[in-house]
Design a binder for this molecule. Structure first.
Ligand code: SF4
Length: 73
């Protein structure tokens, strides 16, 4: 199973991840940054496992992030 890693503290709140993949992303009302739903935090990074059905879309989201802080491994 693939993983999505989000380096959240560098998020600029552009909204693109949420627009492209609302089933996995939300924008925080508190700090304006993106939140990766159901993720676990590890040293300021947020990680979830994704199934095959979300994989290509997740790669597209990672490519679209303007500050390159979403990784799909
Ligand atoms: S696309 Fe990147 S910079 Fe934009 S809100 Fe999502 S994580 Fe933040």
């Amino acid at each position: 199973m693939a993983k999505i890693i989000h380096y959240r503290n560098k998020c600029i709140g552009c909204n693109i991840c949420f627009e492209l993949q609302p089933e996995l992303w939300r924008m925080s009302m508190k700090d304006g940054k993106a939140t990766l739903l159901r993720s676990q935090e590890k040293r300021d990074t947020y990680i979830i496992s994704v199934s095959e059905c979300h994989l290509q879309q997740s790669r597209d989201v990672a490519k679209a992030c303007p500050v390159n802080i979403i990784k799909v491994l």
